[in-house]
Design a protein around this ligand. Structure first.
Ligand SMILES: Nc1ncnc2c1ncn2[C@@H]1O[C@H](COP(=O)(O)OP(=O)(O)OP(=O)(O)O)[C@@H](O)[C@H]1O
Length: 120
């Protein structure tokens, strides 16, 4: 692959993430939650393994939100009409984010509950 093209690909990808943050309220909520849990991670001095799980979880939630946004945009591009398949695609993509967001909350509780209990 040519060097220029590789740089362009990174630029497009970063611009995609920026548009997601700029336009999607849910993405900004995920970022807020990530800042809070990373702050807690620093406060409680969690282990390397716990940081790995935490960062993987944060990355997965945000990546899923980005894919959900992409699905929404493609559906909107495909039809402006009310269509059951459009609803199906959007709701399934949203469900994927919701499912992993629940898992992320459970992971957060598993990681931080021993530290929070110790501090009382
Ligand atoms: N073209 C369509 N045909 C049928 N149902 C649709 C269509 N567009 C959206 N919907 C449905 O309307 C509801 C709201 O969709 P919308 O696109 O506004 O996304 P949203 O859930 O509000 O997400 P976001 O806040 O990320 O935009 C969802 O249940 C979605 O499946």
């Amino acid at each position: 692959m040519k060097k220029g093209k590789l740089i362009n690909s990174f630029q497009y990808a970063f611009f995609g993430l920026w548009m997601c943050v700029r336009d999607e309220r849910n993405m900004r909520i995920h970022i807020g939650a990530a800042v809070v849990v990373c702050g807690m991670g620093l406060c409680y001095d969690i282990s390397r393994q716990e940081w790995s799980v935490l960062l993987l979880t944060i990355g997965a939630v945000m990546s899923l939100e980005a894919v959900n946004t992409a699905v929404e945009k493609v559906v909107d591009l495909t039809t402006t009409e009310h269509h059951p398949l459009a609803k199906y695609a959007k709701d399934v993509a949203a469900g994927a984010v919701l499912l992993f967001a629940f898992i992320a909350v459970v992971i957060g509780i598993l990681i931080f509950s021993p530290y929070v209990q110790q501090s009382f």
